[in-house]
Write a protein that binds this ligand. Structure first.
Ligand code: NDP
Length: 258
């Protein structure tokens, strides 16, 4: 018997969202739960995850909060085992945790370079390593699975002082194209979502004065995307028929030129 209905097209599916304690990840977890998926919530802040899990359950959904630092490969593998024990193999992975720390390259902010590389690249790979076996097994069993990687328009466009961040996102987009070609034959769809600017906590970590100024000016002159806009997009692509893979989605604030 099929568990999905028009109102809950993701019924029966098991979603994992990283970076679920705020912004795009939190909104996406909530959306996927509303569409019928059981969701595992991963990030470091346990209190935020518990709050979100409670809200999802109150709304009739099913959620499991797992505090984890995704830069710790062993901890991510342990999280994957917990999810399999509770829900079965994950078939919808939203690999979303990330950090943006722009600075002029000549300042040699090497600790910030490293944080971005550790989370946006190595953390992303830890999650792919832990969950690819889930996705492949689930796709063989249920006919489809999704790997959705959150990239950025920074993967394609040129923003001075954002070189390291942008390069980590170029990695995410190019990796996704390769993985799609590799995993598609196994019914695992791979998508990359490249948003323009979204109102989240991402901007609050920026310490560079020039970038802060650019961000404030941008906020005053255009309406940024809301996290729910990206969440709706991910919900849409996951609910497509198994034959259709939305490979790359760019979602922009209407007023953002590039
Ligand atoms: P937020 O800062 O709101 O969310 C980032 C999330 O990542 C948080 O839940 C944070 O939770 C989590 N996180 C950070 N470090 C770790 C870690 N070591 N282990 C596990 N989780 C971690 O920003 P967004 O929602 O905007 O960011 C989500 C993604 O969207 C990022 O990849 C970002 O690059 C991308 N993006 C954002 C855009 C924007 O304008 N906002 C535009 C384009 C792309 P915690 O601190 O609890 O661990």
């Amino acid at each position: 018997m099929s568990l999905h209905t028009p109102a809950q097209p993701l019924g029966g599916r098991v979603a994992v969202v990283t970076g679920a304690s705020s912004g795009i990840g939190a909104a996406t977890a909530e959306k996927l739960a509303a569409l019928g998926a059981r969701v595992a919530l991963l990030a470091r802040r346990a209190d935020r995850l518990e709050e979100l899990a409670t809200r999802i359950e109150k709304d009739g959904g099913s959620a499991l909060a797992i505090p984890v630092d995704v830069t710790d490969a062993a901890a991510v593998r342990a999280a994957a085992d917990r999810i399999r024990a509770r829900f079965g193999s994950a078939d919808l992975l939203v690999n979303n945790a990330g950090v943006m720390l722009p600075a002029p390259v000549e300042e040699l902010a090497t600790d910030q370079w490293q944080r971005q590389i550790d989370l946006n690249i190595s953390g992303l790979m830890n999650v792919i390593g832990a969950f690819t076996p889930h996705l492949v097994a689930a796709a063989a069993e249920r006919g489809v699975a999704d790997l959705v990687n959150t990239s950025s328009i920074a993967a394609q466009n040129i923003f001075p002082t954002f070189a390291v961040y942008s390069a980590t996102k170029a990695y995410v987009s190019h990796l996704s194209r390769h993985l799609r070609a590799e995993l598609g034959a196994k019914q695992v769809r791979v998508s990359t979502v490249e948003p323009g600017i979204v109102e989240t906590e991402l901007q609050s970590h920026v310490t560079d004065a020039g970038a802060q100024q650019w961000l404030s000016h941008s906020r005053e002159t255009m309406e940024w995307l809301a996290p729910q806009d990206v969440a709706d997009t991910i919900g849409f692509l996951a609910a497509l028929p198994p034959r259709a893979n939305l490979q790359q989605v760019t979602i922009m604030p209407t007023g953002q030129p590039a």
